[in-house]
Design a protein around this ligand. Structure first.
Ligand SMILES: Cc1ncc(COP(=O)(O)O)c(C=O)c1O
Length: 461
């Protein structure tokens, strides 16, 4: 059996290669890449059972060639360890970078009040709850947070989870059962997709934000089935907003409930930051809202907010809540402090939108394709994986941190750099980012996307 430890340590460290060498790196390294979507669990990376021969389950790990090939080019972009951060700028291996890859939309992670609240709570309650909400892990602080969130969102009740991912898993698996139907946007976040899988309901995927397709699929569904429509409020990779007005009308017509995941909309959309439903004036029509504390709320955790009886049900049926330890005191108190600031400083949202608009327009005027973006999530669609990784590395070397997102997370040929903006980015930082995008474009030539005449990403959905 190969020595996996030796193999990984000998090839695992990213080699230090200059940009010129990177450009010359073999394209074949990019022909395939790591497919971590669940659909591929039985895909090509799995050992093929051979009659009469025992199969080692770890074989695929030892033969993770795609990873080793990309690491060998020096273009491996993931798991970059940050040594220091003041939110808009980070230090990585002694190098300072402007961060345009974070979901810290309102720039609250380093706010003194948020930090002080977290420190105070850790002193008062300790470092963790060492138990689930259901048993020994409910603090008065959790209940205060739930009351505050319910009040803010104008919903009768709210339930806090330990992560947004767990909120999606817990809500979907508890609310829809084997006799129900879930209508799910095909570009919904992975946590929603996994939640639908845990629910045992039949899941019907509709084309991205395509209300005509949703209507057709609803019209074919039996009347006597419980129906749930679930979508991101703001789509996490593409930065577009769900078409809630039409979705609400369809839900009413076909007797379906609407569940929005407002992970990227909370604090961002709506006059008060209440999210997608507030943005459209459709709060009553949206039955249930989920969200996360890991973006505008500057911490970790998640929530579901809705009718009292529904939240009571979730509280007693969500396995990801009941069988997992509760949100740590420091995080809980940090979220309450962030909520205070969101309520009293609407100017943060104004600054966020100003920065997002500046960057969307700036990137477009340089000739980049920003896809469907209409929010502070601004993807830069580049084309193929190899070009995208090289572009990412060139920006990184020039002091700009972006996130490469590749197929199958986005359609083939639409690999992109996801950029996202904060209320606290300065004009100087944003101008610097635009200058670096322009310089790399000059060095690398037109993007495969623009060479192919790249119709908007929408055409591929
Ligand atoms: C739309 C959406 N839902 C849920 C989550 C999961 O949230 P968390 O990071 O709190 O687990 C994310 C995180 O990126 C997200 O983008």
């Amino acid at each position: 059996m190969p020595d996996s430890h030796e193999r990984l340590t000998s090839s695992g460290a990213p080699p230090t290669v200059g940009f010129q060498n990177l450009v010359a790196a073999s394209p074949s390294a990019f022909a395939a890449c790591f497919r971590c979507d669940l659909e591929n669990r039985s895909g090509p990376n799995q050992p093929v059972p051979t009659a009469g021969r025992s199969v080692d389950l770890f074989e695929k790990c030892y033969r993770f060639e795609e990873l080793h090939q990309v690491q060998a080019t020096g273009l491996y972009p993931y798991f970059r360890a940050i040594a220091a951060s003041d939110a808009t700028e980070v230090t990585i291996q002694g190098k300072r970078l402007v961060m345009v890859g974070s979901n810290n939309y309102l720039g609250l992670t380093n706010h003194p009040e948020v930090i002080e609240a977290a420190v105070h709570a850790a002193r008062k309650y300790g470092s963790g709850c060492t138990g689930s909400r259901f048993l020994n892990g409910t603090l008065e602080l959790h209940e205060e947070l739930e009351r505050r969130l319910a009040q803010f969102l104008r919903r009768p009740a709210c339930l806090a989870f330990s992560t947004g991912f767990q909120a999606c898993l817990g809500v979907l698996s508890a609310i829809a059962g084997k006799d129900d139907l879930i209508f799910c946007d095909r570009d919904n976040h992975a946590s929603i997709i996994d939640g639908t899988r845990l629910s045992f309901a039949k899941t019907i995927k509709y084309h991205h934000n395509d209300m005509a397709d949703l209507e057709e699929k609803l019209s074919l569904a039996p009347e006597d089935k419980g129906k749930l429509i679930v979508a991101d409020g703001v789509f996490s990779m593409l930065g577009d907003i769900v078409k809630l007005p039409k979705m609400s009308e369809l839900a009413k017509r076909f007797g379906a409930r609407v569940l929005l995941d407002d992970a990227h909309a909370f604090g961002v959309l709506g006059a008060h930051g209440r999210g997608t439903a507030e943005h459209f004036g459709l709060e009553r029509e949206t039955d249930l809202v989920m969200g996360t504390f890991s973006k505008s709320l500057a911490s970790i955790g998640g929530f579901a907010a809705g009718e009292f009886d529904v939240i009571q049900w979730l509280k007693h049926k969500s396995r990801s809540l009941i069988f997992s330890a509760s949100l740590p005191p420091a995080s809980t108190a940090g979220v309450i402090a962030a909520l205070d600031i969101i309520e009293r400083e609407p100017q943060r949202r104004t600054a966020l939108w100003r920065n997002a608009e500046k960057m969307r327009r700036g990137l477009q005027s340089l000739g980049f394709d920003t896809g469907l973006s209409e929010t502070p999530v601004v993807p830069v669609v580049l084309g193929d994986r190899e070009f995208t990784f090289r572009f990412w590395r060139a920006l990184f070397d020039r002091g700009v941190f972006t996130n490469p997102v590749c197929s199958p997370a986005v359609p083939a040929g639409c690999d992109l750099l996801r950029t996202s903006y904060m209320a606290t980015h300065t004009d100087a930082q944003l101008d610097f980012v635009l200058e670096q995008f322009a310089a790399v474009l000059r060095e690398m030539g037109p993007t495969p996307r623009s060479r192919s005449g790249g119709a908007a990403i929408a055409a591929t959905r």
